[in-house]
Ligand binder design. Structure first.
Ligand SMILES: *Cc1c(COP(=O)(O)O)cnc(C)c1O
Length: 410
């Protein structure tokens, strides 16, 4: 055990903000213009630049990615009694707004190679839902840790039943799918500029689409649903969800360096992969052949034969003043969703309970791919400002614990 005084005082965070150096100048411009408001030239410029970046014509800058998801669900008419399908391996914001609107979630397992929603499992779930006349009102597909879902297959499966798709690209800005920026296949796509994301406005989000009428409806709701009248008149209820013009100025400065940020995260991922290559039982989240991941976070996967739980590694990194975190705990394992169902390749299960389709000898729900990734995975420090020397600290701890003898052989 390290002595407190031996501890490196430079803490390595999972994904801290990384300024471009232009934020102060852009903020000064915004302040000088006196648009200290949720409207203004910086907000419009940010939306325009973002639209060009992601290749979608309509964009709406909002106070968070969660707000963007809330508006997306509402735009698709999600309400009480509806079902929404969602990737089970994700952050809760992907689905919480739909539940708050009164919908019931049904979770879809991850694909073992991409870790994103499994299109085959989605196909099974949609076919059974159609047979029972209980199709979901929407499907939320999450681009996990910077990697796009196989959106071509997901959208084809959904649109065959007339079900719209929301892509939660909060972690994947700057990634591509089949040669184009992520987000272009979905009916509505959501991005986040939270402090830990690939670019940040401290807090913020964006809704984008090809469908101008959906985005305009959301713009209306995001500014208190004011009817066109000189007085305040409302025929619907809205929200105060618009991004501040000051934060949009920060967003402009951040967006200008997105390419560099993605390149840096990819380099960090590749360095981890290379430096773990000789450690048996250690792997990083694979990159799907259909796209280029932003590698927002590099995730380590530990083979259980090593007998080293990821938590042991996390605590060892913490002792050395480095932050690591478990993989997202799947939604179907969350206490708040204990009553919700999950689809795996083996069929449908009630949350945590045995599946009627799953008459295995153990009489337990067959383990979802997402369960295994949660049990075996660990997110490593991945910030784009991390130097090779910083990264060497992470690698040294992991090699010491996992590598044992292989460290001494080097
Ligand atoms: C960060 C994140 C969100 C929420 O974005 P906020 O801007 O923090 O509200 C939604 N979904 C996923 C997958 C995320 O990682």
């Amino acid at each position: 055990m390290k002595n407190e005084t031996d501890r490196n005082p430079h803490r390595l965070y999972l994904s801290p903000p990384h300024l471009s150096g232009q934020e102060t100048a852009r903020l000064a411009e915004a302040l000088a213009s006196n648009y200290i408001a949720p409207v203004g030239p910086q907000l419009e410029a940010f939306e325009r630049a973002f639209a060009a970046q992601v290749g979608l014509p309509y964009t709406l800058a909002l106070s968070s990615g969660t707000a963007a998801l809330h508006l997306a669900f509402r735009a698709l008419g999600v309400g009480p009694g509806d079902i929404v399908f969602c990737s089970t391996l994700t952050f809760i914001a992907s689905i919480a707004p739909a539940v708050q609107l009164g919908a019931t979630p049904v979770f879809i397992d991850a694909d073992a190679t991409s870790w994103c929603m499994d299109p085959d499992v989605l196909g099974l779930a949609l076919a059974e839902a159609a047979a029972h006349g209980r199709l979901p009102k929407a499907v939320v597909a999450v681009d996990l840790y910077g990697q796009s879902c196989d959106m071509h297959r997901i959208v084809a499966a959904c649109h065959a039943y007339g079900v719209p798709v929301i892509e939660d690209a909060a972690e994947a800005l700057g990634a591509t799918y089949q040669g184009a920026p992520v987000g272009q296949r979905a009916d509505l796509t959501v991005y986040s500029f939270n402090g830990n994301k690939i670019i940040t406005t401290s807090g913020g989000g964006m809704l984008a689409s090809r469908d101008g009428s959906l985005v305009e409806k959301c713009r209306f709701w995001s500014t208190q649903a004011r009817d066109p009248a000189p007085h305040y008149q409302h025929t619907e209820l809205g929200y105060n969800y618009r991004l501040s013009n000051l934060l949009a100025a920060v967003g402009c400065a951040q967006l200008a360096v997105l390419g560099d940020r993605v390149a840096a995260r990819r380099e960090i991922y590749q360095r981890y992969v290379a430096l773990f290559a000789d450690l048996p039982g250690v792997a990083c989240m694979p990159e799907a052949a259909y796209g280029v991941s932003s590698h927002w976070l590099t995730v380590l996967l530990l083979d259980p034969v090593l007998g080293i739980p990821p938590e042991q590694l996390r605590l060892a990194l913490e002792v050395e003043n480095m932050e690591a975190r478990p993989v997202w705990k799947p939604m179907h394992l969350q206490p708040v969703f204990a009553a919700c169902a999950v689809w795996t390749a083996r069929g449908l299960s009630a949350g945590g309970r045995p599946s009627p389709h799953d008459a295995g000898p153990t009489n337990k729900r067959s383990e979802a791919v997402a369960d295994r990734l949660f049990r075996q995975g660990l997110c490593l420090p991945s910030g784009s400002a991390m130097t090779a020397a910083d990264q060497a600290r992470v690698i040294q701890v992991i090699r010491r614990i996992v590598g044992g003898s292989s460290v001494r052989r080097r």
